[in-house]
Design a protein around this ligand. Structure first.
Ligand code: BJW
Ligand code: ZN
Length: 238
């Protein structure tokens, strides 16, 4: 694998444009559980059961308890060497776009600046009535939290069946289409539309590298696959 890493490191160093797509696996070494796979259960719930507008409509308190528990867990962890390596890569690259499916904010905390949060942020809170939006890091005293207007507040994340922000989608696909090198890191590549970004980049001529501890559930379109923990492999690409 050393030869392959050297080859990819050279491609990154020469690239005019590097795009990185990250998923839950990039935060796993910080101690944030992933969604899928053997270890991929959030307190015995699957994302498909709780990360939906239907689940929130049926039992907002249960959904908020899950998010409050995750907010507490994420607030207590730190970025890991994978996050720091990507922040460093941005400084060394002409055009660099970091597209993340993660809502934990750890890329920004590690120093990355051009970050697209495709699925929103767990720190963002939005009113279901008056649609007012705020960054709220404090824990709520009562769950589910209620807005001053009387309607329920909800997490500012994108649930299954909800549309992503159109500006976010076009910026992500635009960046992928212009990438010389694209890294797809720590994602099972099953959740759309993020799962199509690698194919978009590859069909537009990018060299696509997948970094994962195992074969991604959704399959791979990569030119090269690096198998191992992101926190060990990404620093070696610098
Ligand atoms: C390591 C590691 C280490 C571990 N180092 N690696 C087309 C076809 C079929 C379905 C659809 C479609 N278009 C849309 C859909 C429906 C749906 C969808 O994709 N469903 C599929 C499951 C089939 N998509 C949507 O609904 C999206 N909306 C949309 O498209 O709107 C238009 C529309 C609507 C309806 C119909 C058609 C069109 C919205 C998707 C929103 C996803 N939301 C969540 C929750 C966010 C909030 C929250 O966090 O609570 O986003 S679900 C969850 O999955 C979360 C993640 O961002 C997302 C992706 O997960 P990720 O990051 O890949 O994590 P894992 O756990 O799956 O994988 C971790 C990986 O890391 C594994 O591979 C490990 O091996 C690896 N790993 N440790 C490196 N140390
Ligand atoms: Zn309100």
């Amino acid at each position: 694998m050393t030869d392959e890493i050297e080859h990819i490191r050279a491609l990154i160093a020469e690239a005019g444009s590097v795009v990185v797509l990250t998923g839950a696996g990039v935060s796993a070494e910080s101690g944030v559980p992933t969604f899928r796979g053997a270890e991929g259960l959030w307190r015995n719930f699957r994302a498909e059961e709780l990360a939906t507008p239907e689940a929130f409509g049926k039992d907002p308190k249960l959904v908020w308890e899950w998010y409050a528990w995750r907010r507490g867990l994420i607030a207590a962890v730190e970025p890991n060497p994978a996050h720091y390596a990507l922040a460093e890569m941005e400084k060394k690259t002409g055009r660099f776009t970091l597209i993340t499916q993660n809502v934990d904010g750890l890329h920004t905390l590690a120093g990355s600046s051009n970050v697209i949060e495709m699925h929103g942020s767990i720190w963002q809170v939005r009113c279901t009535g008056c649609a007012i939006e705020n960054v709220e890091r404090e824990a709520f005293e009562t769950l589910p939290p209620v807005c001053a207007c009387g309607a329920l507040l909800r997490p500012g994340v994108v649930w299954f069946g909800e549309s992503l922000d159109p500006g976010v989608v076009s910026a992500s696909f635009g960046a992928a289409a212009e990438a010389d090198v694209m890294l797809v890191v720590g994602t099972s590549s099953v959740v759309q539309p993020a799962a199509s970004l690698g194919a978009e980049a590859r069909s537009a001529g990018a060299y696509v590298v997948e970094v994962n501890i195992e074969r991604a559930l959704g399959g791979s379109v990569a030119n090269a696959t690096l198998t191992g923990p992101a926190g060990e492999l990404l620093p070696r690409l610098l």
